[in-house]
Design a protein around this ligand. Sequence first.
Ligand code: HGY
Ligand code: MN
Ligand code: MN
Length: 416
Amino acid sequence: MMRNATISEQRVNIDGQRLLRRIEQLGNVGSIPGGGVCRLALTDADRVGRDLVVQWMRELELDVAVDAIGNVVATRRGLEDGPPVMTGSHIDTVRTGGRYDGNLGVLAGLEVVAALNDAGVMTRRPLAVAFFTNEEGARFQPDMMGSLVYVGASPLEQALATRGIDGATVAEELARIGYAGAAAVGKPKVHAYVELHVEQGPVLEEEGFVIGAVEGVQGISWTEFTIEGQSNHAGTTPMRLRRDAGYAATQIACYARRLAEEMGGNQVATVGSLTLSPNLVNVVSNRALMTVDLRNTEEGALQEAERKLFAYAEAAAATEGVLLARRTLARFSPVAFVPELVARVEAIAEELGLTVMRLPSGAGHDAQMLARICPACMIFVPSVGGISHNVKEFTEPADLVAGANVLLRLLLELAV
Ligand code: HGY
Ligand code: MN
Ligand code: MN
């Protein structure tokens, strides 16, 4: 990617206050106590958020297309036709979401369009701003579902038939909120993809940098374990006769934590969901449903972690005399972004006088899916305290605007 400076770069400027206002406004949709947001994918709150962003897209005179999995792609014409340069992210959140995760990338993309409109600048290539359906994977698994379908890596029908943690299917919920779109999935083809996102971890802040030139995304392995034991009386059942699903589940959860600590490096393990039945104080659990989220930047290490976890789980179940079943909810190998684009993020940040460092992404992102069909990269800005998926998620306004300025410059380079 050769640098292609043009006079337009001097005339096009991010309006930081306008960007911050939109982040605030969208953050008020599905807001929850503590300053956070709950807009689980395809809920009414997600619909309201989608409607607001689509309204802004239309006010910016973008051509808005909704595809069959609910992805929304808004395109600004270029002087020439052809595959657009795309930016974007997601606007669905986890249950205890912050107002920047995903939202920043979409709204910074709209801010780039607004800045181009203000300056009356036309880019050679079209520019597209997208938000993808169900990036979080909190209600429907896997995560990055919309972008996975967009790049053709998951069949549309399979995604539509997916039943969420509350029993509804993706197809039902898309229809219910009015986002079962008519546009063909995977259109338009994409020339290049750049995503601005908060880091969601502690690295940039701890190391004292403003911009992250993201080298890639680590591998993700989500497994659901179903454990069937025997409910029994908590008082009368001798320990030797118990088949306690809850005990087996908690052993697996503790092992997952030990495994990550013993493996070290970038290995992480999380048991985020654990439901016991009948979940009563005086009944030995007859059923446990739990998830284990394993991640590592190295594919080989991630496979080793999976092997060890599965072997331990089977042995623990056998010892306790309970039945164990497991289901893969998501499995993505690590992804490396295009070195030339990573280098451009670094160079542009330096040209703007911003401190910049390279780092991997611990979180999954739509960019890791777009990387399957076009050159892709990401720009990070710091998360205060490294907090995310938490109502206290926060990024300094100056850093949000700095990230948008790096995004603007790189998109201009790619689109002119
Ligand atoms: O799980 C993730 O990394 C992302 O937030 N979906
Ligand atoms: Mn995100
Ligand atoms: Mn997230």
